[in-house]
Design a protein around this ligand. Structure first.
Ligand SMILES: NC(=O)c1ccc[n+]([C@@H]2O[C@H](COP(=O)([O-])OP(=O)(O)OC[C@H]3O[C@@H](n4cnc5c(N)ncnc54)[C@H](OP(=O)(O)O)[C@@H]3O)[C@@H](O)[C@H]2O)c1
Length: 239
């Protein structure tokens, strides 16, 4: 029996990229995956892949900009399972790579909503369920730009930096519980977001989402010991 057997794990941004690969890996390891994103087709592809691998998942098409939908999701998980063993808060939105004064207000709002406000709303909705697990694990996906503040990436960098601060404060609050809360920086990975950010780059030079999924599996495992850390994929892969 795997470390992950019978664990209930919520994955956001599961329709493609790192979220898709992680949801599939978690289901293959024995978790029941609750998979969310807006794109129904991507979620259905995931469902097919998980079913073909003998795993199980529940699809929840939703927009993470809708905080009340996140509240409803928490209520449904509470009614059905009474607990949540893992949260992989992975969904992200790059917005536009553009000079700071040119960031459109709508883009700013969307980037902040998906990258910073949604993780807060997930914590608000799911905290009692994560604490109800005997080994709750929550992993929030960060980016190196949260600390490097790269030129032209201001809105995304600000949103990720704000998310990091909120998550790190939360991690300190749960220190004396069974719940562990950490941040993951995947580094450059072959996904649609990376292709948008770096259109001239040869994607074949980048690692695949499935590589990152191996670290996600480890960080969501009940035996994962760390709390309030930022794990960089590159450091982990080198170790
Ligand atoms: N790829 C990289 O090189 C890299 C590097 C550093 C950090 N990251 C971070 O890694 C995470 C995953 O990124 P990725 O590269 O896998 O990107 P991706 O392929 O663009 O996937 C992003 C996911 O987020 C979901 N999402 C976006 N807006 C949403 C919304 N409003 N509501 C619900 N879901 C939404 C998308 O689903 P729908 O569009 O179907 O809703 C999609 O499943 C992000 O947090 C990103 O910031 C990536």
């Amino acid at each position: 029996m795997s470390d992950h057997s019978d664990r209930i794990i919520l994955v956001t941004g599961a329709s493609r990229g790192i979220g898709y690969a992680s949801a599939l890996a978690l289901a293959k390891a024995g978790c029941h995956v609750i998979a969310t994103a807006r794109t129904q087709g991507g979620l259905e592809d995931l469902d097919d892949a998980i079913t073909a691998a003998g795993g199980s998942c529940t699809l929840v098409p939703m927009d993470l900009k809708d905080g009340y939908a996140i509240d409803r999701l928490g209520a449904i998980i509470s009614d059905r399972y009474g607990r949540l063993d893992g949260l992989f808060s992975n969904a992200g939105l790059l917005g536009d790579i553009t000079p700071a004064p040119h960031v459109e207000p709508k883009t700013w709002d969307n980037v902040i909503a998906v990258n910073m406000t949604a993780p807060y709303r997930l914590i608000r909705s799911l905290d009692p369920l994560l604490r109800a697990s005997n080994a709750g694990r929550a992993v929030f996906v960060n980016s190196s730009v949260a600390r490097s503040h790269r030129a032209y990436w201001g809105a995304y960098a600000a949103a990720k930096a704000g998310m990091e601060a909120f998550v790190s404060a939360y991690a300190k609050e749960v220190e004396v519980t069974n719940l562990k809360v950490n941040l993951l920086d995947p580094g450059a990975t072959r996904t649609a977001m990376r292709a948008k950010a770096m259109p001239g780059e040869d994607p074949k030079t980048l690692k695949e989402p499935a590589d990152v999924a191996k670290l996600v599996l480890e960080m969501l495992s009940p035996s994962y010991p760390e709390n309030d850390t930022l794990i960089r994929y590159l450091d982990w892969a080198k170790a």
